[in-house]
Design a binder for this molecule. Structure first.
Ligand code: ADP
Ligand code: MG
Length: 454
């Protein structure tokens, strides 16, 4: 059941300031910066206060580490106790738009509140917190240019890439700069919400309000435009919105999980408009970028993550950055529970579990199986000797270890003749290539693999 808020926006700010000043007294400056500086209060009712966090990781952390501190600070500021509740920006956004999108104040002609739909400021998703690597350099540079010279640099800017690689992060980063530095009236909207809003407007027939909502703005940031695929009519409406904004030299930024021409039903006229500006992609991250992101996230969250651990994660959690964040969060929870820093062995098991695998295979088992299959001694496999009769089985052992054990490249190299990580990558690539051509080898390895996994 929805509770009626009992305080205005200004009062909420005032309450938040009071609570933060109490918290500031008892935590270190660094803790304050990491966990509290990005918070806002979304509602205060007669029995509950809701704090909004930039993401679910911070929400969970605050819940588990600082709940009591919040309760007592709230009590001091409000002179009565409230149930303390934490939500992410996304949850608040979803909840509000499920009840009414856009909020009623907007149509009632009232001045929209500060944290209205135009500016769900998520300061956490800033340019400073975005790690730049070869996979996202162009997208980042273009997003940054747009935030510096909106409407002029690239219009529209179209960023595409697979899920979890930072598209929404960049949209929020642009949004933050446009609204705080340029004081622009921006609208961040997931495409799906545009479509739902369009559908509900068919019912209410309030087209003037609908159009005003999307057109009386300085910049439109529309996320995940592939959601237009199944909605021809809302695409048509978007086409007109686009033209109006574009002709008025308003900045438009669009993201999608694929290039516009691969969105199956998108009309050519929209595709060609998207290409008027700059089209750029975010590609899969490289190992080095993933290490840098893991280290950046850990430092943002105040988690102790050794370089070795970051490398291990970067090599083994190779999907989206969201998964990498999940793995770091899981590690930090473990660390908290055991009160020790995590050993590499423990981490290996965690990552292994996270990837949904049941059976844990040790590198020793792999080496032993390869040595038996090729009739050479384990010590020979582990030696530095480079004769061809040993080199190939050693490369096979490296390949299988990488595939089955989830050991770090460095560890695999260490076990197999003290090689470095690039030797292991080279071996893995070489065997993968050979397997495509050499049927015999492919059969041998399939058999070895299935024996190991039994
Ligand atoms: P997408 O919208 O492409 O699906 P998101 O922007 O939601 O992906 O990113 C998923 C998570 O990964 C976010 O928490 C985001 O901060 C993080 N992330 C992605 N790329 C980077 C990067 N280059 N640097 C820092 N964090 C990143
Ligand atoms: Mg996204």
């Amino acid at each position: 059941m929805l509770e009626t808020p009992v305080v205005s926006n200004n009062e909420r700010d005032f309450i938040l300031k009071g609570i933060l000043s109490i918290i500031k007294e008892v935590v270190t400056a660094q803790q304050f910066e990491i966990w509290f500086s990005c918070l806002r209060v979304s509602s205060v009712t007669s029995n509950r206060i809701t704090f909004v966090t930039p993401n679910s990781f911070i929400r969970e952390w605050l819940k588990s580490h600082y709940h009591d501190l919040f309760s007592s600070a709230v009590y001091k500021v409000l002179n009565s106790s409230r149930e303390v509740h934490f939500s992410t920006e996304e949850e608040v956004f979803d909840k509000l738009s499920a009840t009414s999108f856009p909020p009623e104040e907007f149509f009632a002609g009232k001045k929209p509140p500060e944290e209205n739909y135009h500016v769900p400021l998520n300061k956490y998703y800033s340019f400073e917190n975005f790690v730049v690597g070869p996979c996202n350099r162009l997208a980042h540079a273009a997003a940054f240019a747009v935030s510096e010279t909106p409407g002029l640099a690239y219009n529209p800017l179209f960023i595409h890439g697979a899920s979890g690689l930072g598209k929404t992060h960049l949209l929020h980063a642009i949004n933050n700069v446009l609204s705080s530095k340029h004081k622009m009236k921006t609208l961040y909207v997931p495409c799906e919400r545009f479509v739902n809003h369009y559908i509900s407007t068919i019912r209410t027939n309030s087209w003037d309000s609908f159009r005003a909502f999307y057109r009386n703005i300085d910049a439109l940031l529309i996320d995940d435009i592939q959601a237009f695929e199944n909605s021809q009519e809302s695409r048509e409406e978007f086409f007109h919105t686009f033209n109006t904004l574009y002709n008025a030299k308003k900045q438009i930024v669009i993201t999608s999980d694929c290039p516009p021409e691969l969105i199956a039903t998108l009309e050519d006229r929209l595709i060609s408009r998207f290409k008027w500006g700059l089209l750029c992609s975010i590609d899969n991250t490289t190992r080095e970028t993933r290490i840098a992101i893991a280290e950046k996230k850990a430092s943002l969250w105040g988690i102790n993550l050794s370089h070795e651990a970051a490398s291990y994660l970067a090599e083994n959690v190779t999907g989206s950055i969201r998964e990498l964040e999940g793995a770091i969060a899981r590690l930090s929870r473990e660390e908290k529970i055991t009160k020790n820093s995590i050993t590499l062995d423990r981490m290996r098991k965690i990552v292994w579990e996270l990837s949904g695998n049941k059976r844990y295979i040790s590198i020793e088992t792999v080496i032993k199986a390869v040595s038996e299959r090729f009739n050479i001694r384990v010590s020979q496999l582990q030696s530095r000797c480079r004769t061809r009769s040993l080199a190939l089985p050693r490369q096979i052992a490296m390949h299988l270890s990488r595939k089955l054990t989830k050991m770090s490249l460095m560890e695999i190299g260490g076990y197999l003749g003290g090689r470095d990580h690039s030797t292991v990558i080279h071996a893995d690539e070489k065997i993968t290539k050979m397997l495509k051509k050499d049927k015999n080898l492919s059969i041998i390895l399939q058999k070895l693999e299935s024996e190991l996994q039994k």
